[in-house]
Design a protein around this ligand. Structure first.
Ligand code: SF4
Ligand code: SF4
Length: 109
């Protein structure tokens, strides 16, 4: 989920993509460590190894029933960098039963 208004009623990427969280992400948002399925298995110390990351659950634990990210200001970098209305956004919307991007355009009118 990025910073586009069109994301507010969507959440398809948060339901359909595996999200990786690295040490920097955890330093900014410690709740990532005890979120399932990691449940504190990997610690901040373990994540000093740049190859290691935690994978968030599907759908993401932090996606609220309102399709908003409950940790939006401190969400992982991969979420920050996800391009709304980009190729992957359209693809995951389609996979999640959306319209593959047409709705994004409609919501911007
Ligand atoms: S799939 Fe696209 S439009 Fe939907 S929340 Fe993610 S970035 Fe936003
Ligand atoms: S952390 Fe927030 S933006 Fe990232 S996948 Fe989870 S709910 Fe979506």
């Amino acid at each position: 989920m990025s910073e586009c208004d069109c994301c507010l009623h969507c959440g398809a990427c948060c339901r359909g993509l595996l999200i990786e969280a690295y040490r920097l992400d955890v330093l900014r948002e410690p709740r990532l460590l005890n979120a399932p399925p990691n449940n504190d298995s990997l610690t901040l110390e373990d994540l000093k190894d740049d190859d290691k990351c935690i994978i968030l659950a599907l759908p993401c634990t932090f996606l609220g029933p309102d399709n908003l990210c409950s940790i939006y200001p401190t969400r992982p970098n991969i979420c920050v960098g996800f391009e709304a209305d980009g190729e992957h956004c359209r693809q995951v919307r389609q996979e999640q039963g959306g319209d593959g991007g047409q709705q994004v355009k409609d919501e911007r009118r």
